[in-house]
Design a protein around this ligand. Structure first.
Ligand code: SF4
Ligand code: SF4
Ligand code: SF4
Ligand code: FES
Length: 346
């Protein structure tokens, strides 16, 4: 363990812990934009700067390991002035159209501008103008709002293992894009959208559906597979307008494309809400009681007439392990066949 003081508080942390994590373990807040606890430290935004006694200039706390005997200061008028300037510089090349931005109210950059009271900007100059629209089906990529924090690049590489985007060009021309600046072609898991601290990455399906006001958040479990990832449905006027997830859950806030963007079926008018029985080639609606009775009596007849192997059962990856276990048990022990399969192989 190493022992250090941060803002006068003694903190003990395991060797290798960064100053930022040490500060957070003592409930000392340090602003960040490019940091994510599950991604490799990047040190790009410089907002997490702190002073260390004996070190002549501020250092980034997200990339500096805590050392025994360090005396760290996270707040001072100079540090706050530097941080304010950094936010001003970011905003000097930013559309600032929070009024119509999907992320307003959920944007770290906007929040920092609010805390530093940045209404005007001292820095005028060249602006990045990106007119190209990305025609991918799910992600809205507004790269004029990108602050080059690199979180999307790291999450795509380190968590999703895809590497669909990266930094391209250098200096003022630097930007994040897919290879050869083509439209994004990836797994569309949405992790990059989750970690983006601005409105640079959002969901096409969310556009103008609602932001923070009038939203009811409902925690539930993804209906698509037995992994059981936790979802948070953003509901407005009884319509699911967006899906997110929480870091304190079994899936640690990560989702796959189905969890992130596959919620359109909920309000789809084609959705089956009642069981259907096919009679003389035509499907007709019925009740669950009648449908189950129909299956039971016909299964028995088929078994008597043609033997148990004339029957097959298809289970579902959407069911839990326990449900699938019971289903195969039923097919083997009650029906008497090993003809059991599941939708994931079809
Ligand atoms: S990304 Fe943030 S700061 Fe930029 S327009 Fe959107 S809400 Fe405002
Ligand atoms: S959606 Fe997923 S796979 Fe696609 S760029 Fe983002 S993180 Fe990578
Ligand atoms: S798109 Fe978002 S996450 Fe990616 S670098 Fe830009 S601001 Fe950061
Ligand atoms: S959070 Fe440390 S440099 Fe960005």
């Amino acid at each position: 363990m190493v022992n250090l003081t941060i803002d006068g508080i003694t903190v003990s942390v395991p060797e290798g812990t960064t100053i930022l994590d040490a500060a957070r373990s003592a409930d000392i807040s340090v602003p960040t934009l490019c940091h994510h606890p599950k991604l490799t430290p990047f040190g790009g935004c410089r907002l997490c700067i702190v002073n260390i006694k004996g070190v002549p200039r501020p250092v980034t706390s997200c990339t500096t390991p805590a050392e025994d005997g360090m005396e760290v200061t996270t707040r001072s008028s100079t540090l706050e002035r530097l941080r304010r300037t950094l936010v001003e510089l970011l905003l000097s090349d930013h559309p600032n159209d929070c009024m119509v931005c999907e992320q307003a109210g959920n944007c770290t950059l906007q929040e920092l501008a609010y805390f530093y009271g940045i209404r005007e900007n001292r820095f005028a100059g060249e602006r990045r103008v990106y007119t190209k629209t990305d025609n991918n089906p799910f992600l809205e990529r507004d790269m004029e709002k990108c602050i080059l924090c690199g979180k999307c690049v790291r999450v795509c590489d380190e968590i999703q293992g895809v590497g669909a985007v990266d930094f391209t060009y250098r200096g003022f021309s630097a930007k994040i894009c897919p290879p050869f600046e083509k439209d994004l072609e990836c797994e569309f898991c949405g992790q990059c959208v989750t970690v983006c601290p601005t409105g640079a990455l959002t969901g096409k399906m969310w556009r103008q559906k609602g932001r923070q006001q009038g939203i009811r958040k409902v925690h539930t479990v993804c209906p698509y597979c037995g992994c059981g990832c936790n979802l948070t449905l953003h509901v407005r006027d009884n319509e699911v307008i967006r899906v997110s997830s929480r870091e304190d859950t079994i899936n640690e806030g990560w989702l796959c494309p189905k969890g992130s963007f596959g919620y359109g079926f909920i309000a789809n008018s084609d959705r089956l809400t009642k069981p259907l029985i096919r009679e003389k080639g035509k499907l007709r609606e019925t009740t669950w009681e009648k449908a189950l009775e129909y299956i039971a009596s016909n299964s028995l007849k088929i078994k008597e007439n043609y033997g148990p192997d004339a029957i097959g059962g298809l289970a579902s990856a959407r069911c839990s392990n326990e449900e699938n276990y019971v289903f195969q048990k039923f097919m083997r022990a009650v029906i008497g066949t090993n003809n059991v399969d599941h939708c994931a192989r079809l």
